[in-house]
Design a protein around this ligand. Structure first.
Ligand SMILES: NC(=O)c1ccc[n+]([C@@H]2O[C@H](COP(=O)([O-])OP(=O)(O)OC[C@H]3O[C@@H](n4cnc5c(N)ncnc54)[C@H](O)[C@@H]3O)[C@@H](O)[C@H]2O)c1
Length: 266
């Protein structure tokens, strides 16, 4: 299957988007998808140099303003600096995609051997980072009475995780709850908030996970995907970008699985 090219339009022209963790993987394709619809983009990633490369490429490819901010989303002060910088440069923000997350190099351990550090690392980035970023921009979005928020979670949040990492499953499930609550509070202000749960994608994170599986686990995983293949990052990005457009203005508080039907089989 060839990855679908981003849909080009001017639907998001004049709008500003922030994508956290946009330097690589799924999030990189989300930046492309939003820029292809005309949105200006700020890319907030802990890998500042990689984010700067992406912003230069996106700006040249789609002729939109783009810049990178080196940000650790798990640090409140970094997120406050990010908000200041983005509002100075763009003046307003209409689109927020919280995608910074993942396993941060941690591997599964039985619960009794799970270190505090591993638990806190994963929860800090996947959950607290999402909270810090949404909180930093929501006041401005409410004032302008318009906005689209998408938090990237995982099928792990509504079932169990194939990574077998408790903190990951917990953090992703919590992001669902946080996003629902935000949808209810912010709906009257014209703001939508949804979660996108990607299936298995061969990003750097996905490739690492794949390499750690036995042949039996790989076969089992493939059998549990209704469409019989792993996802292309662009397929996750296309749905995420759609949820940020006015066409999706009546979709809120949802978890949209872009997982080839995997959730039906656990
Ligand atoms: N790849 C998959 O199969 C898969 C499946 C389900 C869910 N997900 C979720 O989708 C999201 C994207 O995954 P991916 O595969 O693209 O990951 P990836 O590991 O390829 O990319 C991770 C990105 O996040 C950035 N990042 C890490 N910690 C950060 C921090 N503290 N602050 C800011 N940026 C930080 C990294 O620099 C990198 O650019 C994650 O939330 C992941 O949990 C991925």
């Amino acid at each position: 299957m060839t990855a679908p090219a981003p849909l080009r339009s001017d639907e998001l022209k004049g709008q500003s988007a922030i994508v956290t963790g946009g330097a690589q993987g799924i999030r990189r394709t989300i930046v492309d998808a939003l820029a292809a619809m005309g949105a200006r983009a700020a890319i907030a990633d802990i890998q500042g140099e990689a984010a700067a490369r992406v912003s230069a490429e996106v700006s040249a490819a789609y002729e939109v303003a783009a810049f990178a901010v080196s940000t650790d989303v798990s640090q409140r002060t970094h997120v406050d600096d990010l908000a200041r910088r983005v509002l100075e440069d763009f003046g307003s923000v209409q689109i927020l995609v919280c995608a910074a997350g993942g396993l941060l190099g941690h591997v599964a351990r039985p619960l009794e051997q799970t270190a505090d550090e591993a638990w806190h690392d994963i929860v800090n980035v996947n959950l607290h980072g999402t909270f810090y970023v949404c909180r930093a921009f929501i006041g401005r979005m409410k004032k302008q009475r318009y906005g689209g928020i998408v938090n990237i979670t995982s099928g792990a949040g509504r079932s169990v995780s194939r990574t077998k990492i408790h903190a990951y499953t917990t953090a992703k499930a919590a992001v669902y709850g946080f996003t629902r609550e935000m949808a209810k509070e912010c709906g009257p202000f014209g703001i939508t908030a949804n979660s996108v749960a990607p299936g298995f994608v061969m990003t750097p994170l996905g490739r690492d996970q794949w390499a750690m599986k036995s042949q039996e686990e790989k076969d089992d995983l493939m059998k549990s995907i209704a469409v019989g293949r792993t996802a292309e990052a662009q397929e996750i990005a296309a749905v995420t970008a759609f949820l940020c457009t006015p066409r999706a203005g009546y979709v809120t508080g949802q978890v949209i699985g872009v997982d080839g039907g995997h959730w039906m089989f656990g």
